[in-house]
Design a protein around this ligand. Structure first.
Ligand code: HEM
Length: 401
């Protein structure tokens, strides 16, 4: 049996054009195959909004304690494995850092986050050929998350590089090589963080790594190794996802619906729904859970131990929940009912941060640029991060205010 689940093998989205535009396939699965068993990967798949919602909300039946996963990241072996535990343990782990990510604590960070965005955007004003990915969507989140954690600025490129390797999607080709690369990145990342954690334990500062060295768990302090694990998880999780959110949002403005940017310029209260609609419309995430007992709550008999793959991108394009789902509509009233941050006990801890970052990035961008327009030749399907719906590059032309 495979230890990882290869999403590609299930979806049959093969060409770059299909990956970039999976909507017909989502629709087909929602209508014709909403609970689909894939024999080769030996997993169930759920696509409909209500089913996805149900699976994620019911952790007693659909557990996160699992051996196989779509997640390409090697498993964690300390007590603080937030991703692969269920409540009540998961709740206790989460409490260790949850206070740092509330909208209230983030208020204190807001000026620094805004400073980082402004600096990057100011630099873009000087550029002949600005690229929304490499000049903003990549450096902004990695700088923010590493500032929050308290790792040195000069090391950002290492952190970004390790995160990229860890998140690289599973594929059937060169499984062993890939696993090796991931384990190497994981151990380098661990080795990098260990002395930083030790130093902060001696001399705590105002940052999340320092907070973690002081935090108590099950009556004892977290060990250095546990703080490392947790910090690594936060550094990696807060990175690529936010890059994709920004990239996909600016793509839509520049290339897909040219009126929207002007509309937002003249009415900034539309910013937050534009962000939510981006998360709904173009955000491909899959999660997985395992059945804790035999059940037919999804309408077909499933067995204890069966694995379920959850297609958030499909659920977000379910016409039952979002009428005319293929339309990117910043006036949609329920955009924020999307499931891109998950649902239930594991609901993304970083959601308030990701939302704040996107809000600030767009506010600063609007201050600087009167318009964002396409370059002539760009074809998104030819510039995807291998096997994903995420852009590696996004050249645009910017009109300075
Ligand atoms: C969990 C998506 C940004 C930290 C999750 C989950 C999703 C998700 C779907 C649920 C996983 C599950 O149910 O198994 C996203 C998206 C983001 C984003 C779409 C950006 C647009 C961030 C950021 C952080 C972060 C900026 C920063 C620290 C976490 C953590 C968890 C998590 C720690 C685990 C929570 C738990 O298991 O209790 N995220 N995330 N995420 N996310 Fe995010």
């Amino acid at each position: 049996e495979h230890s990882s689940i290869v999403i590609h093998e299930i979806s049959k989205l093969q060409s770059p054009e299909q990956l970039w535009s999976p909507y017909d396939w989502y629709h087909d699965m929602i209508v014709n195959n909403p609970i689909y068993y894939d024999e080769k990967q030996n997993v169930w798949n759920v696509f409909r909004y209500d089913d996805v919602n149900r699976v994620l909300s019911d952790f007693k039946l659909f557990s996160s304690i699992r051996k196989r996963s779509v997640s390409p990241i090697p498993p964690v072996i300390t007590r603080v494995d937030i991703n692969s535990t269920d409540p009540p343990i998961q709740r206790d782990i989460r409490k260790l850092v949850s206070s740092a990510f509330t909208p209230r604590s983030l208020k204190e960070w807001e000026p620094r986050i805004r400073g980082i965005a402004k600096e990057l955007i100011d630099n873009m004003k000087q550029m002949n050929k600005p690229d929304m990915i490499s000049d903003l969507a990549v450096p902004f989140p990695v700088t923010v998350i590493s500032d929050l954690l308290g790792t040195p600025r000069q090391d950002l490129h290492y952190i970004k590089n390790w995160s990229d390797i860890l998140f690289f999607p599973n594929s059937e080709v060169d499984v062993t090589d890939q696993a090796k690369r991931k384990y190497r990145a994981m151990s380098e990342f661990n080795e990098y963080l260990l002395p930083i954690v030790k130093e902060k334990r001696q001399n705590p500062e105002q940052d999340i790594i320092s907070d973690l060295t002081l935090a108590a768990y099950e009556g004892t302090q977290l060990t250095d190794e546990e703080v490392v694990t947790f910090s690594l998880g936060l550094l990696a999780a807060g990175n690529e996802t936010t890059t994709n959110l920004l990239g996909n949002m600016f793509y839509t403005f520049a290339y897909e619906q040219k009126g929207i940017y002007q509309e937002i310029l003249s009415n900034r209260s539309l910013i937050s729904n534009a962000i939510e609609e981006t998360l709904r419309y173009r955000f491909p995430i899959t999660l997985d859970r395992v059945l804790t007992m035999d059940s037919d709550v999804l309408g077909v008999p499933m067995k204890k131990g069966d694995v379920i793959v959850i297609w958030l991108g499909a659920a977000n394009n379910d016409a039952e929940q979002f009428p005319e789902p293929n339309k990117f509509d910043i006036h949609r009233e329920n955009s924020n009912k999307h499931l891109s941050f998950g649902k239930g006990p594991h609901f993304c801890l970083g959601a308030p941060l990701a939302r704040l970052e996107a809000q600030i990035a767009l506010e600063c961008f609007i201050e600087a640029f009167a318009d964002i327009v396409p370059t002539e030749t760009f074809n998104p399907a030819l510039h995807l991060h291998k096997g994903t719906q995420n852009l590696l590059t996004l050249p645009v032309e910017l009109k300075i205010v």
